[in-house]
Design a protein around this ligand. Structure first.
Ligand code: ADP
Ligand code: MG
Ligand code: MG
Length: 245
């Protein structure tokens, strides 16, 4: 049974329809990447899955582990095993990174990961307040590591981040995906939103999609889609796939 099923999903934000009937299925162990132009609704998709306020699901269905999540709160959805790292993480005054991680931690070796992500010096600071681009993303991935979800929703891990930080973040993503366990089937899954595709150099993705005009317009090998986008742009990639059909 699929981990996540999205069926004919329609989502509006501020009374504007952003997602216009999209379908997606993520099975256990699969890593999907979603490419797409700025403002096309990629973040809206992840925010809608998590039922964040302001994202109205007008039609269609989201199922997690075969359960319709329609009536569930964000907290209940997280407890089903979905974790999200934000493109623009909120700053929370009065809550330290250590306190925050303490409330969500399910991992066994968080201290080691704090060191691996060089976040030791940030543990007593207010969550995300004054963090640089790379520090924000490292804190987000540390949060995911603590949560250890079955499905990771990662929104633009490379945006505003230098190449060295992308490598560090990717290493943690691979640890959450348990890629270090030899000869074992991947147990966890991810949807990674990427604008640049840099993440493909570090994380083994299985399936790529282009999201445009409110829906997924093409699906295939992530690297091939990336190459198409580089040569032909997002719409060119769509045309390319259409021709093959
Ligand atoms: P992407 O992540 O693909 O760049 P977004 O999902 O962030 O795109 O945004 C899609 C569209 O929805 C944009 O036009 C954006 O301005 C609009 N939008 C997203 N969030 C909000 C919001 N909270 N209020 C109003 N408009 C929003
Ligand atoms: Mg964007
Ligand atoms: Mg976005």
């Amino acid at each position: 049974k699929p981990l996540l099923e999205i069926i004919d999903l329609h989502v509006s934000v501020a009374n504007k329809e952003i997602i216009k009937g999209m379908d997606l299925q993520v099975n256990k162990g699969e890593v999907h990447v979603i490419f797409g132009p700025n403002g096309s609704g990629k973040s809206t998709l992840l925010n809608a899955i998590m039922h964040l306020p302001g994202y109205s699901i007008d039609d269609g269905e989201i199922r997690v582990k075969s359960q319709n999540i329609q009536e569930m709160s964000t907290d209940q959805i997280a407890n089903l095993g979905i974790g999200m790292s934000f493109q623009h993480p909120p700053k929370i005054k009065g809550v330290t990174l250590r306190n925050f991680l303490g409330t969500i931690n399910r991992s066994e070796d968080l201290e080691a990961e704090i060191r691996a992500l060089s976040m030791d010096a940030f543990m007593e600071r207010e969550l995300n307040v004054g963090f640089s681009g790379g520090e924000l993303k490292r804190a987000e991935i540390l949060k995911l590591y603590a949560q250890s979800p079955d499905l990771l929703l990662i929104d633009e891990p490379e945006s505003g981040v230098d190449i060295e930080n992308i490598a560090i973040i990717s290493k943690s993503i691979n640890k959450i995906l348990q890629e270090d366990r030899p000869m074992k089937m991947r147990e966890r899954s991810a949807i990674i939103i990427t604008h640049t595709g840099h993440i493909l150099n570090y994380v083994q993705a299985d399936i790529g999609h282009v999201f445009m005009d409110g829906r997924i317009v093409c699906t295939g090998n992530p690297q091939m889609i990336m190459d198409d986008i580089k040569k032909l742009g997002f719409s060119g990639c769509v045309a390319c796939v259409k021709e093959q059909k």
